[in-house]
Design a protein around this ligand. Structure first.
Ligand code: FES
Ligand code: FES
Length: 160
C-alpha cells in the first residue's frame, strides 16, 4: 500500500501527514487529527453523519479519500464555534430541540450551514431537500427543520 504526503487545511489550519492511499477522509479527521465530532453511521454512503465541507461544499467524508483532500480546505463541525460563541446553526439545534441521540447532528448542522451559505432564506421544502442526504432515526425531522429556520432568522441582518 503506497503512502502519500498530504497537506489539508482544516478550520483554516494546515495539517501535513503521510497517509495510506486507502485512508478515508473521515478516518483522517477522526483518527489522525482527533476531530471526533464527525461521525460514522453507516458504510454505504447513506446516513450523512460524516458530512463535512470540502472547499465549501458538503461531502460525505466516508466517500472521499484523504488524498483527495490534498491541497484543499475542510471544515468540520468543530469549526462552527468561534471564540467560544456557538454558531446560530448550533444555537438553533439547542433552542429548537433539533436532536435526541445527537448522532446525526454534526452532519445535519454542517448541511444546514452550507444551505444557509448559499440560500439565506430557504423554504421548508428547500430545507427538507437540503437534508435529504442526512438520516435521523430519532426526531422525525420536524425540529431539525425548525433548527435551520431558527439559524436562518438569526443570521438575517434585520435580526440584529
Ligand atoms: S458514514 Fe458517511 S454516509 Fe454514513
Ligand atoms: S438525533 Fe438520533 S439520529 Fe438524529
Amino acid at each position: 500500500m503506497a503512502n502519500h504526503k498530504i497537506k489539508v487545511k482544516v478550520q483554516g489550519v494546515e495539517h501535513e501527514a503521510e497517509v495510506e492511499s486507502r485512508l478515508l477522509l473521515v478516518h483522517f479527521l477522526r483518527e489522525v487529527l482527533g476531530l471526533t465530532g464527525t461521525h460514522i453511521g453507516c458504510d454505504t454512503t447513506h446516513c450523512g453523519a460524516c458530512t463535512v465541507l470540502l472547499d465549501g461544499q458538503p461531502v460525505k467524508s466516508c466517500t472521499v479519500l484523504a488524498v483527495q483532500a490534498d491541497g484543499r480546505e475542510v471544515m468540520t463541525v468543530e469549526g462552527l464555534e468561534k471564540d467560544g460563541q456557538l454558531h446560530p446553526i448550533q444555537e438553533g439545534f439547542w433552542q429548537e430541540h433539533g436532536l435526541q441521540c445527537g448522532y446525526c447532528t454534526p452532519g445535519m448542522m454542517i448541511t444546514g450551514y452550507a444551505l444557509l451559505e448559499r440560500n439565506p432564506d430557504p423554504s421548508e421544502l428547500e430545507i427538507r431537500q437540503a437534508i435529504s442526504g442526512n438520516l435521523c432515526r430519532c426526531t422525525g425531522y420536524v425540529n431539525i427543520v425548525k433548527s435551520v429556520q431558527y439559524a436562518a432568522a438569526k443570521l438575517r441582518p434585520s435580526a440584529e
